[in-house]
Structure formats: C-alpha cells, structure tokens
Design a binder for this molecule. Sequence first.
Ligand SMILES: Nc1ncnc2c1ncn2[C@@H]1O[C@H](COP(=O)(O)OP(=O)(O)OP(=O)(O)O)[C@@H](O)[C@H]1O
Length: 380
Amino acid sequence: MGVMAVSESDVRSALARVQDPEIRKPITDLGMVKSIEIRDDSSVDIEVYLTTSGCPMRTEISDRVTKAVADVAGVGPVRVTLDVMSDEQRTELRKSLRGDSAEPVIPFAQPGSLTRVYAVASGKGGVGKSSVTVNLAAALAARGLSVGVLDADIYGHSIPRMLGTSAKPTQVERMIMPPIAHDVKMISIAQFTEGNTPVVWRGPMLHRALQQFLADVFWGDLDVLLLDLPPGTGDVAISVAQLIPSAEILVVTTPQQAAAEVAERAGSIALQTRQRIAGVVENMSWLELPDGTRMDVFGTGGGQAVAERLSRAVGAPVPLLGQIPLDPAIRESGDAGTPIVLSAPESAPATALSEIADKLAVRKRGLAGMSLGIDTTRHL
Ligand SMILES: Nc1ncnc2c1ncn2[C@@H]1O[C@H](COP(=O)(O)OP(=O)(O)OP(=O)(O)O)[C@@H](O)[C@H]1O
C-alpha cells in the first residue's frame, strides 16, 4: 500500500479553518487562496493572496496556513507562497464585506444595529477616562464580547500605549483594518498623526475624522464600541450625537466637587442631544493605606453627586456604576500596555472595573437608548 492520497478538498477544508487575523473570516471566503497544488510526494504548495503588499500579518497568515495544511493526514512538507491582490480583487473583497454601497455608512447608526455604543466623557483631563475605557474594553472582551475602542481624544490619545500596541492600521481599498490588542479592536487618531505632535484640529475636521473612523474602519460585528472622547463639553460630543444618535454617555469623574461640577456639565450635553446617560464612574475614589484604612485623597461624594444631579436633570435614574480606588498599579499596567483587569484581575481596582463592565454587558437596550430622530444640527 502506498501513502494515503491527499485530496484537494481535504486541504481546502483545512484552509477554511484559517482566519485572516484582521478581518477574522476564513481565508477561503475572502478569495485569499490563489492555488493549491498537491504533488506526488505528498508535499503541498499553497499560494495565498494578501490584501496589500505591506500587510503586517504576512508571517502570521503564512504560519497559520502552513500549520493548518500540515495537520491534514498524509500531507508532507508545505510550501506557502504569497501574492498580492489586484485592485479588482480588493474591490470584490470590499463589496463582499460591506455590500455594494458607494458611500460608506456608519454601521452603528443603522436601524437594527445591535452594537451598544458608549461615549466615555469627562469634564476635565486627567481623571482617568482613558484608563477606564481600556479596562472596560479589555474586561468586556475577556467575557467573550466583540469589542472596539475608538480613541477620539485628540489631546490625550493614550489608548494605543495603554493597550500595548504601536501597530498601524492597514488599508484595503477604502476600508481601514484596525489593529487588535488584548482582543480589542482599536483605532486612534494617534495612528494617523506623525509622532506625538499635538493635533490642533478644529470642529469640522474632527467631525470628518470621526465620521471616517466610524464608517471606513472595518469593525465587523461589534457587541460594544467605546469612544474615548476629549475632555470637556466639546464639539466631539455633539458630533457623536449626530453621527450615532443611539450612543450612550458614560461620565467619568473624580470625587472632587470641582471635577464633579464639570463632569456634570459634560453629562448635561446629553440633555441637549437627548442621548441616554448610561451612568457615572468615579475614579481615584480613595487610596487604601497599608493598615487597611482609606485616605480620601480627592475628597468624597463627587460621583454620587454627579449621578444625582444628572438624574434630576434628565428625569430618569442615572446610576453611579462604581468607584475605582487610586492605585499605582493602574498607571503601571497602563504604561506596560496590559490593562489591570488582565494583569492583576484580583486587585481592588480591577474588581471595581470588572463590576462596572458586568453592568454594561448585561444592560438591555431600552427605547431611551434608541434614536429619537432628534435634529442636533441646531447645536452646531
Ligand atoms: N485609579 C487610578 N489610580 C492611579 N492612577 C490612575 C488611576 N486612574 C488613572 N490613573 C493614571 O492617571 C493618569 C491619567 O489617566 P488617563 O490618561 O486615563 O486620564 P484621562 O482622563 O484619559 O486624561 P486625558 O483626557 O487628559 O487624556 C495616567 O497616568 C493613569 O495611569
């Protein structure tokens, strides 16, 4: 008896289990398999199309293909050659991924979108808005949800560092493929600006950038999208309201009364735009001392005060979703690129953050979170 013959259909079904790392669909569905050749000595040659020549995933794709095919019974050595799609092929791919519409649409603003969008806002900078955003994102992704983060904080844009990636997005046709870190898809304005040059952008430019990030980025089917907004009651919040009317606001504040007042102003923008306020997160709530007592570094009650005043203002309960203690480990894990909910899940701040993530994960969408078709243009 000779060697078991390898059939092309076995190889093809093995390839059907290989996903493109960015698009997260089988390469066989994406038109990425150019040819399969099975030789008499049972060695197999596979030619794979990359979407772009500069594809940062080329090694990853080649490895995945080699491994999948080598696992097929009877297969000898596997050789993978890479080619690059033509413009026509890329156009076909874009059409198959997002339909034939000429104008990119914002998927989250379409009727029936199941993605919950949270716009994370704060009254002033430095209250930990970005830290809260990445930790909630990582915690939700760890629960198996499909999560994206859009870093629209042009002044801070610390999200890529906090998620530990400097990967650039790749572009296929007019679609931007977001890098993925800790299972979170992430797009940041930082990825489109050189170095760390502070971006001096005006409202209309920001509006267009945001629109592009929402429409041209291939987010896939997200369960949750978190938007990290610049601090304050700026134009971006109004842009978000116009672009995704169903986005809900998540207000981050410290216990300090002054911070609470500005946070409340940030939240009250939701009143004008008729957006739902998902809740308030109080960060830097206290410092736990070695003897177990709590030191109220920034005072107390800010989060509760914001929640109560916003509740009165919108005439619906706005919950205080949680209080996160001060802990140098939050900064350290942020600097190291692994959110604390992953690096030290048992720690007090990680537990507080995870509980907030749980509340956001289970919350059902009600009518209040839906678009009411309010015209927000008058605020511009
Ligand atoms: N609970 C906490 N305990 C200790 N350090 C924290 C905590 N929360 C945030 N930090 C640290 O405080 C600094 C500011 O946090 P972060 O960048 O998340 O704030 P931000 O509100 O997004 O700021 P900006 O809007 O200016 O970008 C960071 O160095 C972060 O690591």
